[in-house]
Design a protein around this ligand. Structure first.
Ligand SMILES: [Zn+2]
Length: 85
């Protein structure tokens, strides 16, 4: 199975957001991507007080972490290395 050919979850390069406009734009893309399903945050990686959400790709099962910006922290979008079941 070539999961890369089917997968739609790489909607953005991993890394930080370039301000609120960039973040809002990303949320619009995220909400429009049905293969990314909200998941339980099993292992929060963010600092206390930051809003963190996880999404799992229904095609390849990759778990993604979204941490909302809280200036001067610029937020984060990255893969979760080893998600717990
Ligand atoms: Zn995927």
């Amino acid at each position: 199975m070539n999961k890369d050919a089917m997968c739609q979850c790489e909607i953005r390069q991993v890394g930080r957001f370039d301000g609120w406009d960039d973040f809002d734009e990303f949320i619009t893309v995220l909400n429009g991507e049905p293969s990314l399903v909200p998941a339980r945050v099993a292992q929060p990686d963010s600092y206390v007080g930051l809003v963190e959400r996880w999404y799992q790709c229904s095609a390849c099962a990759t778990m993604w972490r979204l941490v909302e910006p809280d200036p001067p922290f610029e937020g984060l979008w990255q893969k979760v290395d080893s998600p717990q079941p």
